[in-house]
Design a protein around this ligand. Structure first.
Ligand code: PEP
Length: 258
């Protein structure tokens, strides 16, 4: 009997949320997630001020949580930054690193993203390492070169055992928040390339979960999740509405199809 592949769906709230609305949302998602099969894992990456609220409302549920960025430092005079260990103190499982909004608006380099990945792992978090090309880069035929160097820099810093503990999210910059998702075929093509790079690092790393992110909605989620190298999704806008987010989580249940 073939082993069922797990699917991971992680919401990225970005800079959204308020205490009252979060409570309704989190309770609904915790209830909805309870009905999902064990093959679907659910996470939410929230703004740091809400970690305590999320912990108190999701503890004991099927939903894990985390942060959208962490500092590359353990502690010290780094005003405004949040250490991975602080996120862990609030029960976090995940830290997104290298989101394209951080690369673009905060000039995060591939080297800094690699350092943050190391820090997350050292603190016991699962880093969700984002890679993706801009439209100009895609049009110039540079997609593989860009995502290859973004992932390559991270893999080069990690041992095989550490690399096996990351999650990678392919998020084409032109698809994020634009309503224009990559087609399942376009996403699968890049995922197959990323899978090859992971496998080159070592057999243990080949099965690292590869998420797709960029305008995933209930309508397109299933086709994306059915692709051979797409193991789930990183969900921005649609993770703000409980019904949409849960519908995407349900689409990740592809038992009976595999
Ligand atoms: C994201 O910000 O990670 C993302 C994928 O956003 P959206 O789903 O809104 O495109």
């Amino acid at each position: 009997m073939s082993k069922q592949r797990l699917r991971l769906v992680v919401g990225n709230w970005k800079m959204h949320g308020r205490l009252a609305g979060n409570a309704t949302f989190l309770e609904a998602v915790a209830r909805g997630a309870a009905a999902l099969p064990g093959s679907v894992q659910v996470g939410l990456c929230v703004p740091c001020p809400y970690l305590a609220q999320v912990q108190s409302l999701l503890e004991g549920s099927r939903v894990e949580w985390g942060v959208q960025d962490i500092s590359a430092h353990v502690q010290g005079a780094y005003t405004g930054e949040v250490a991975a260990e602080m996120a862990v103190e609030f029960g976090s499982s995940f830290a997104i690193v290298g989101h394209s909004e951080r690369r673009a608006y905060h000039r995060e380099s591939v080297a800094l993203v690699a350092l943050k990945t190391e820090r997350a792992l050292a603190a016991g978090l699962t880093p969700i390492v984002c890679v993706g090309e801009t439209l100009e880069e895609r049009d110039a035929g540079l997609t593989q070169q860009i995502v290859g160097s973004q992932l390559g820099e991270v893999l080069a810093k990690l041992s095989v055992e550490a690399a096996a503990r990351i999650v990678v999210a392919y998020e084409p910059v032109w698809a994020i928040g634009t309503g224009k998702s990559a087609t399942a075929g376009q996403a699968q093509e890049v995922h197959a390339f990323l899978r090859k790079l992971l496998a080159e690092k070592g057999a243990l790393v080949a099965n690292v979960p590869l998420l797709y992110g960029g305008s995933v909605k209930p309508e397109n989620a299933r086709e994306l999740f059915l692709q051979a190298d797409i193991d789930g999704g990183l969900i921005g806008g649609a993770s703000l509405k409980e019904q949409e987010f849960l519908a995407i989580c349900k689409a990740a249940d592809i038992s009976g199809v595999e």
